[in-house]
Design a protein around this ligand. Structure first.
Ligand SMILES: Cc1ncc(COP(=O)(O)O)c(C=O)c1O
Length: 380
């Protein structure tokens, strides 16, 4: 492990207690969050309305820090408590009455996405769900479903169950060629994989802090390609989305920045908490984090192969994010026993092993030793 990563490891107290390979579900929380919570508590105990001046600056500052982290300009990111709220609000910007009213999505989405778009069918949206094969999406098949009737392509970058990653470039090319927009759920890739929204050319990118970004719960974000901002007129809106919310006057127009995709009183504490992890990730840099992640996940796969487990996650580096999904007889019971004995992973139809920047290769080996030993018990 390089020196920067070793230093970072000390920032995560949870690692002193358990072997934590669960970042696809919830990332370890950095020590620095404690001070933020204490400061928040002090502010509440000595309350004055002036606290909002600092809070407002913290909120805007966090949004711009997220923007920088994904290669976007200031003012192009807004936050809210969860991804669903932001995607739903985005959905209220469109008209579903014309010829172009299809939302193309896939069966690899996190369950919130197809459920949400189904809801928009009452306004005329037509949802097209492109089926995957063996847990992977064939980009050609996806592109074939995108045509002049497509309003929006709403797809996940990395699958939440396997980490299988979509080649966004071809999807964005196809969508833009036929005049459709692309909204990417990058919850399982931002923080694990370097993301540059400008290079990708996506129109919208959504994610959240509490997995790979080492941030807080209730802390999701939406990036909007700046050229699109003036065109977005959300129906599900509110005073904080207005041009000058702090005048408390009637709202006449939306803010020119991504704040136009906010609603009411912002979730300040989650932004303050999430800033701690984001600053750690940014200081290490995504190329270092990705290189370490690939080393760790390659080790998981190698050990899984030796033990005869099925590796569901694709092998190619450019086809996988930060998690490795495994299948073997008794995997559900093994996952339960591992968690009970302090080897933290998650199970969603597959056992998922998710190392991050704060894990060491030795830890990955220790985890795999325990996993193999538990799996043997199932066979016996
Ligand atoms: C790919 C993906 N999208 C979305 C979510 C969560 O969405 P929300 O913030 O709306 O709960 C998760 C995980 O919880 C996820 O893995």
């Amino acid at each position: 492990m390089d020196a920067t990563l070793s230093a970072v490891r000390a920032e995560f107290p949870l690692l002193e207690k358990v072997t934590y390979l669960n970042s696809n579900s919830t990332g370890a929380f950095p020590r620095g969050m404690e001070a933020v919570l204490q400061r928040y508590g002090q502010t509440l105990q000595h309350w004055r309305d002036e606290a909002w001046e600092g809070w407002w600056a913290d909120w805007l500052g966090y949004m711009d820090a997220v923007a920088r982290f994904i290669g976007a300009p200031d003012g192009s990111v807004v936050t809210d408590t969860n991804l669903t709220t932001l995607l739903g609000r985005l959905g209220t910007c469109f008209d579903y009455q014309g010829e172009r009213r299809r939302v193309v999505t896939t069966d690899l989405e996190f369950p919130t996405v197809p459920f949400l778009w189904k809801g928009f069918e009452r306004y005329g949206a037509e949802t097209v769900v492109v089926p995957s094969e063996n847990g992977r999406m064939d980009e050609e098949r996806l592109c074939a479903a995108i045509d002049e009737r497509t309003l929006l392509v709403s797809v996940t970058h990395a699958s939440s169950s396997t980490g299988a990653m979509l080649d966004l470039a071809s999807v964005v090319r196809r969508a833009h060629a036929v005049g459709a927009l692309v909204a990417v759920d990058a919850y399982q890739s931002v923080g694990a994989v370097p993301i540059d929204v400008s290079a990708l050319g996506v129109d919208f990118l959504l994610g959240g802090a509490h997995k790979w970004m080492c941030g807080s719960i209730e802390s999701a974000f939406l990036y909007v390609r700046p050229a699109l901002l003036p065109t977005l007129r959300p129906a599900a809106t509110g005073w904080i989305a207005g041009e000058n919310p702090l005048t408390f006057g009637p709202v006449r127009d939306w803010a020119p920045t991504a704040r136009r995709m906010a609603s009411g009183t912002p979730a300040v504490l989650p932004s303050q908490l999430s800033r701690v992890g984001l600053d750690i990730l940014a200081s290490v840099g995504m190329p270092t984090i990705r290189a370490h992640s690939l080393r760790c996940t390659a080790r998981v796969m190698e050990r899984a192969d030796e033990a005869g487990f099925t590796v569901v996650t694709p092998r190619q580096e450019e086809r996988r994010a930060g998690v490795v999904a495994l299948r073997f007889p008794g995997d559900a019971a093994v996952a339960q026993r591992l968690v009970a004995s302090g080897f933290i992973c998650s199970y969603r139809g597959m056992l998922r092993v998710a190392p991050h920047l704060y894990n060491t290769l030795e830890e990955v080996d220790r985890f795999m030793d325990a996993l193999v030993a538990e799996a043997r018990k199932e066979k016996a």
